[in-house]
Design a protein around this ligand. Structure first.
Ligand code: UDP
Length: 327
């Protein structure tokens, strides 16, 4: 190729999208970041504007409408979607639309441009899993009419239409199933366990554990995830690949870890478990390891420390302020 690769990232101003923008800029691509900003934030990408319009462009747009992009495109990465349970319960129709109509539009664009397409899918396609850990050939246990169905079924449809464009139209497609990921640029107040617990710990408030906290998750640091996604995109694997850190922990232990890390006097309060909240979740990473040569590198203590530094800064709670607030 005698020009830079051109890459469109939908949801590019969100948590994962913005880290992808960083990675593709670093790889020398021209990046078009598209986001309607309902859960994304231009603050996540404003540092990229210094590269100039030729390298990085932000377009505020809702990808559930027809997407028009001038010129060539080599890659389309579809990351637009509300992703925290609070967000998709608050935005159920938008979540269904961006998973269904948005994926259709992004695939149509990839087909028209001859671009390779990558879908951000999710461990939520496994629902409340009855097989543990979850390999990609497990079909899942999702309640279609439950509250979480708006996200889970949208992503399941998104996978199905992606495979149909691959099989019927010959579009080069990739599907990543993303497990719980954390790191800088998670949105404060998005309701997910990590931002909620960190904010509560930093403010000296009780950490709200849902249920008895025995449910498990396996948390992956964002840099590891982005590396797995990049490898998948550059591979020739059309079938879904799990990317996640298999280091599983109960939510109660996770809350305790965050209290210890912040040195907060906070304790834990217990609140009702949301309906259909998966009881366990852990990726089977065999395919990622064998096909992509990928394994996670950042352990939780290091990843949590980096994330804490970000939240301290974002909440404008320097260690001194935090101590004052707690006293
Ligand atoms: N959770 C919790 N307290 C909170 C937020 C979440 O105990 O303030 C629990 C939630 O019920 C789930 C786990 O933490 O069991 C992870 O939730 P999150 O929203 O981060 O992501 P999910 O994996 O459910 O999509």
């Amino acid at each position: 190729m005698d020009r830079r690769p051109r890459t469109l990232i939908t949801g590019g101003a969100g948590f994962l999208g913005s880290h992808l923008c960083d990675r593709f800029i670093a790889e020398g691509h021209q990046v078009i970041c598209m986001d309607n900003l309902i859960t994304g934030d231009t603050q996540n990408v404003e540092h990229l504007f210094e590269h100039g319009q030729e390298r990085f462009r932000f377009v505020k747009y809702d990808v559930t409408d027809y997407i028009h992009v001038n010129g060539d495109l080599d890659y389309v990465l579809h990351f637009a979607s509300p992703a925290s349970p609070d967000d998709y319960l608050r935005l159920p129709i938008q979540t269904l639309k961006v998973g269904a109509l948005g994926t259709h539009k992004a695939l149509g664009l990839a087909k028209a441009k001859g671009a390779r397409f990558l879908l951000a899918s999710t461990s939520e396609v496994y629902g409340d899993p009855q097989i543990h850990p979850q390999p990609e050939d497990y079909w899942g246990n999702v309640n279609p009419v439950g509250q979480r169905g708006v996200y889970d079924e949208a992503k399941r449809f998104a996978e199905a239409i992606t495979m149909a464009y691959h099989r019927y139209h010959g579009v080069e497609t990739r599907i990543v199933r993303i497990f719980n990921t954390y790191g800088p640029r998670m949105r404060i107040g998005d309701g997910r366990a990590l931002p909620t617990f960190m904010e509560q710990a930093l403010r000296g408030e009780p950490l709200t554990v849902y249920g008895d906290g025995s449910q498990t998750r396996s948390f992956c640091y964002v840099d590891d995830l982005i590396d797995g996604i990049y490898r998948l995109l550059m591979s020739d694997e059309p079938m879904p690949v799990n990317i996640g850190n298999p280091d599983e922990i109960t939510i109660k232990e996770f809350a305790e870890e965050i209290i210890a890390l912040t040195g907060s006097p906070s304790d834990i309060t217990y609140e009702p478990l949301p309906k259909d909240d998966p009881q366990v979740r852990q990726p089977d990473n065999t395919r990622a390891r064998e096909i992509l040569g990928w394994t996670p590198k950042v352990d939780r203590s290091e990843g949590l420390q980096r994330t804490l530094d970000y939240f301290r800064d974002k909440l404008d709670l320097t260690p001194t302020d935090a101590a004052a607030e707690l006293s």
